[in-house]
Design a protein. Structure first.
Length: 550
């Protein structure tokens, strides 16, 4: 079955796949699987722009062409995700038909499963974090390759993967995906068949060689996925340039998809939007590309940072785990995975202040920055909140991080740094109390890792505070006693936050309510891992009310 495509007025149809972004756990294990096992080149080593203490790896062909790029955020200690409806569950590469036996042998340790799909043989394995990786044997070895050969690949060139073939999404109904891909983005419907997972519908982009297909499997009534390590965060589709992307932004907004503003991702520009079944899509430009800030012969060799993070390079390089890029034999990062600060070593803490001088204020706010950020950054909220009655304190974490692993990791993996951070907050509360500012006159807030720490401190303290602000955060532990005695708590998060699972956010809100807090928990579609105006307005309102309490 084929349907004629349409697309946004004034644009060309979307070509196909640009990249796929996935959450991982151990960075070295991830790096070795995609480079040493699959033969993909690490074309860029950078950081998550929303969490610069976390790597962002890009794998692809030699030059990192769109349609070959698999990206990962490796978050050490992250819990494994659970596949389900509303998400992409598999990524497929094209491979030469003649190479089936080669890949059977190469992937034997991963227990490859074989099937036939739309006439082609398919091998499926799970990567070290459980992401389904498929090889579709659909091209001739002798045909010209659309990908740029990577000379240092451990996979012989005649067996090398030829970029993306497709992705597979699980949904309750294919109709809403069809309305988006065919009705708005210029895909065509290329076929339908039954397989072990359900009814599979294939949609084809307008390109000619790589990354052409999006497969959608209908699974009515089945549960939604739970995000974690191994989960696909989003799938990105290709558009040629900024002008086409701007046209799609306007068109998708008019069609009710609520796309984000354009985001500068250094190597391409992006807009994000969620299809009605739950799948998160991105439209990314082809330019400027990965050789934009690094020579072709050195792609992936260096830790590349955007200009706005360069002043923090030393702190970021000290924070990210140590990895070895085997193409060059170089080491990046200074911390061994799992390395801890000795228990008898006190962290070096600097506290920055803003707002009303401490000797004059009667209410205060302690603000905790996120991983890889700075006290100065979080202190910028003082200008946004514009509450002149408050004194603001912002401590700086050593190395830009309050604790080394994910907040979901076993507690012992974050010790002794977690206890040291909690003790620091307690010290600040004590100093404020000595200045006549009681805990009931202090609003404790934070973003990301700082938000998790703020919630954990409040729950462990177990008494009324002036308020708690958790912007993209959740509790580190869920078992607490004490009585928060009506402490106002504001929590905000995106439903697809790569660092704060929605389920953990909702569980945290319920725990805090049981402890007696007055909880305002809001979920914002399209927020990403950031702060929006509505959150700032809610924070301002909470802080105003806290200042009125005598």
């Amino acid at each position: 079955m084929t349907q004629n495509p349409s697309s946004a007025p004034g644009t060309s149809p979307v070509q196909g796949l640009h990249h796929l972004t996935v959450m991982a756990s151990d960075p070295q294990r991830n790096l070795d699987f995609y480079t040493e096992m699959l033969g993909q080149r690490l074309v860029k080593t950078t950081v998550n722009f929303d969490d610069p203490g976390t790597y962002h790896f890009y794998y692809g062909d030699e030059s990192g062409q769109p349609g070959t790029i698999m990206t990962h955020f490796p978050w050490p200690g992250a819990q494994r995700g659970v596949r389900g409806n509303g998400e992409v569950v598999a990524a497929a590469y094209s491979a030469p038909r003649e190479s089936l036996a080669f890949w059977r042998g190469r992937l034997a340790a991963f227990g490859p499963q074989e099937s036939r799909r739309f006439g082609d043989m398919v091998l499926r394995v799970a990567d070290p974090d459980g992401t389904w990786i498929e090889l579709v044997f659909d091209v001739d070895a002798a045909s010209p390759s659309p990908v740029d050969r990577w000379p240092n690949s451990p996979v012989p060139f005649e067996h090398a993967l030829r970029g993306f073939h497709s992705v597979t999404a699980w949904v309750g109904s294919a109709q809403t995906v069809r309305a988006l891909l065919v009705g708005e983005l210029g895909f065509s419907e290329a076929g339908q068949e039954e397989d072990a997972e359900g009814t599979r519908t294939r949609f084809r982009g307008s390109g000619e060689q790589i990354g052409l297909f999006v497969d959608v499997v209908e699974r009515p009534g089945q549960p939604r996925g739970h995000f974690g390590a191994g989960s696909v965060h989003h799938v990105a589709l290709r558009t040629r340039d900024d002008a086409e992307q701007a046209a799609y932004l306007q068109h998708l907004t008019s069609a009710g998809y609520q796309p984000t503003p354009v985001q500068d991702r250094q190597y391409f520009h992006s807009i994000y939007f969620r299809e009605k079944s739950g799948v998160l899509f991105e439209i990314a430009t082809d330019a400027p590309g990965f050789p934009d800030d690094e020579a072709l012969g050195e792609l992936g060799k260096h830790l590349k940072l955007p200009s706005w993070y360069e002043p923090q390079r030393a702190a970021i390089e000290a924070r990210v785990p140590k990895i070895i890029n085997r193409e060059y034999g170089v080491t990046i990062g200074q911390r061994e995975l799992g390395q801890e600060t000795p228990a008898n070593t006190a962290p070096s803490i600097q506290v920055m202040t803003a707002g009303r001088p401490l000797g004059e204020g009667r209410v205060a706010s302690i603000l905790l920055h996120g991983r890889g950020s700075t006290a100065q950054d979080i202190l910028g909220l003082e200008r946004e909140l514009n509450l002149s009655v408050y004194s603001y304190l912002a401590p700086q974490a050593e190395g830009g991080s309050w604790y080394p692993q994910s907040f979901l990791a076993p507690l012992e993996q974050n010790q002794p740094q977690l206890d040291q951070a909690l003790a620091l907050i307690d010290t600040l509360f004590g100093e404020l109390e000595q200045r006549g500012i009681s805990p009931q006159q202090v609003v404790l807030g934070g973003f990301s890792q700082g938000a998790c720490l703020a919630l954990e401190y409040a729950a462990r303290r177990g008494e009324r505070l002036g308020g708690v602000l958790a912007l993209s955060g959740a509790l580190i532990t869920l078992e607490h006693g004490g009585d928060l005695a009506g402490t106002p708590v504001f929590m905000g998060v995106a439903p697809d936050d790569a660092h704060i699972p929605l389920e953990r956010f909702e569980q945290s809100a319920e725990v805090l309510k049981v402890l007696g807090a007055q909880v305002d928990a809001r979920v914002y579609a399209g927020l990403g891992h950031s702060i929006n105006k509505d959150e700032l307005d809610a924070a301002r309102d909470l802080m105003r009310r806290a200042a009125e309490v005598r």
